[in-house]
Design a protein around this ligand. Structure first.
Ligand code: THU
Length: 138
């Protein structure tokens, strides 16, 4: 289910704040993410790069990791907002889609936004149809 306007605006502003903390000396691209769970708790993440490029952690996965670390139950994450700088909405990478699909609620939405008012929202089976999973539900 899509969030109401107020929740979306709140998550977008937290994602923008998180993006400012990104460690991205290689790409110089600062991504932020904010996720809200069923209890209303919000967690943020930014991308953290590494000289060994493949070790880079995306903002989305760091936000989800923060939520799980903070006590959110797997399957209780309702909305994840991803902010990327610029005037184009950019969708999440494939690795993040796999992680989001496993840990977010079945009815959750992932929403990408940027520096203007454009956004794009996906349901689970829109961003990753036929997901790899070895167990059903959480
Ligand atoms: N990045 C994210 O944080 N999320 C995505 O969904 C795609 C890419 C980061 C990884 C890297 O630090 C930078 O953006 C450029 O690819």
């Amino acid at each position: 289910m899509n969030p109401d306007n107020k929740t979306f605006t709140m998550l977008k502003s937290i994602a923008i704040k998180a993006a400012k903390k990104a460690y991205s000396p290689y790409s110089k691209f600062k991504v932020g993410a904010a996720v809200i769970d069923r209890t209303g708790q919000v967690y943020a993440g930014c991308n953290v790069e590494n000289a060994s490029y493949g070790l880079t952690q995306c903002a989305e996965r760091n936000a989800i990791g923060a939520a799980i670390t903070g006590g959110s139950q797997a399957g209780s994450l309702l909305t994840l907002v991803i902010y990327t700088p610029g005037d184009r909405v950019l969708p999440p990478c494939g690795a993040c889609r796999q992680v989001m699909h496993e840990l977010m609620a079945n009815e959750s939405r992932v929403i990408s936004c940027c520096d203007n008012d454009e956004f794009k929202s996906w349901a689970q089976d829109e961003y990753l149809p036929d997901a790899f999973q070895t167990r059903n539900g959480n």
